[in-house]
Ligand binder design. Structure first.
Ligand SMILES: NC(=O)c1ccc[n+]([C@@H]2O[C@H](COP(=O)([O-])OP(=O)(O)OC[C@H]3O[C@@H](n4cnc5c(N)ncnc54)[C@H](O)[C@@H]3O)[C@@H](O)[C@H]2O)c1
Length: 343
């Protein structure tokens, strides 16, 4: 591996992954293509990385095929994170989700195909959201049906299956990773964990959807980045066309998560506030983890309390980073009964 394209490398997981690969591969040339939407920030990329001669930051859109092609002329590995990612936002304005997540992935996959001789490995970042809610547990890559429940989830499901079909039809060197719910440094305030953490730090209400019983498989982002490095290094033949979950195999409900955040920050439990459930809510996600263990020799190792402590520490130390996002912390939704709710 000599040169890698990371799409969405200025976003939450992408920037954490970028740091991990710059450190692990001291000679690797790295190209980041990022449109710097409200979710992407150049300051997510450490100054020493930005200053490195082997780092190349391209401000641009994955939907620009010519641009993507120009960058792919230089690389042998592609890791594709770029997407619109917020479920609540996809409920009131979903056009851009289908544009970026489906059509953008179409362009990336087409360009991987055009550059088939150069590109040795294409890692597509999908999501656990493609499954919908768990109808069998744990959620298995090859058995659990794909029943996306929100426009975001359905757009990502389209992208996931598009990449799979390109592997099957054209034999592109694709591997599909389905991370479960991520949390950690540099995550946008609109997402559940940073919203809870920053509210707790400022003594504001932590708004919990429904009764808080919706459960997720929470994965600390460093663990996922380690898993993605494993996906770069595992023998390719065993991975081609495969879908691999990245989860812990443990589900924790949102109310427990909120209570843990209040404990860790030392804030009062009285800050909990319950609001109407979100449309398209997933009741439960819990990952089957044996395929990742078998193919990648990977498992998540950070328990939820430790991951939350590290996350709280990071948000305490980076107020200037997240203060500017306060105005986007909540999304106003109109429910089917006409009521407006701030999510
Ligand atoms: N955060 C999670 O819990 C989670 C869980 C599973 C899977 N994922 C997937 O992981 C990937 C990264 O998620 P994240 O949480 O880091 O997202 P994010 O919203 O923090 O970052 C997305 C990045 O993509 C960039 N981007 C958006 N549209 C673009 C376009 N058209 N062209 C180029 N760049 C564009 C943004 O500027 C941003 O830097 C996504 O594909 C997401 O679906 C996320």
């Amino acid at each position: 591996m000599n040169a890698m394209l990371i799409t969405g490398g200025a976003g939450f997981i992408g920037s954490n992954f970028l740091s991990a690969v710059m450190k692990r591969y001291p000679r690797l040339e790295v190209y980041v293509l990022d449109a710097m939407t409200y979710a992407g920030h150049p300051e997510n990329i450490a100054p020493e990385i930005r200053a490195s001669p082997r780092f190349h930051l391209w401000y641009g859109n994955i939907c620009n095929a010519e641009l993507v092609s120009d960058i792919m002329d230089h690389v042998d590995t592609v890791v594709h994170f770029a997407a619109e990612t917020h479920v609540a936002r996809s409920i009131f304005d979903n056009w851009v989700f289908f544009q970026t997540d489906v059509m953008g992935t179409h362009i990336i996959a087409n360009q991987v195909l055009r550059h088939r001789k150069r590109i040795k490995r294409f890692i597509h970042i999908s999501t656990s959201e493609v499954y919908g809610t768990a109808i069998s547990e744990p959620m298995d890559e090859d058995e659990h049906p794909l029943m996306p429940l929100s426009p975001y989830a359905s757009a990502k499901c389209g992208a996931d299956r598009l990449v799979y079909s390109y592997w099957k039809t054209y034999d592109i060197p694709a591997v599909i990773i389905r991370p479960f719910n991520q949390y950690g440094p540099c995550q946008h305030l609109e997402k559940c964990v940073p919203r809870f953490v920053t509210s707790a730090l400022f003594g504001e209400p932590l708004t919990v959807h429904g009764d808080g019983s919706a459960a997720r498989d929470w994965v600390f982002v460093d663990d996922t980045c380690r898993g993605l490095v494993a996906a770069l290094e595992a023998p390719l033949d065993a991975l081609l066309g495969e879908v691999i979950n990245m989860g812990t195999g443990i589900a924790t409900d949102v109310l427990t998560l909120a209570r843990n955040v209040l404990d860790i920050t030392g804030a009062s439990q009285s800050l909990l506030e319950f609001i109407e459930d979100r449309p398209g809510q997933v009741d439960k996600h819990i990952a089957a983890t044996d395929k990742a263990a078998r193919l990648l020799k990977w498992k998540a190792t950070t328990d939820l309390d430790t991951g939350l402590e590290k996350t709280v520490e990071w948000y305490r130390a980076h107020e200037a980073w997240w203060r500017k996002q306060e105005w986007m912390k909540h999304v106003e939704l109109t429910l089917s009964n006409g009521r407006k709710v701030s999510h």
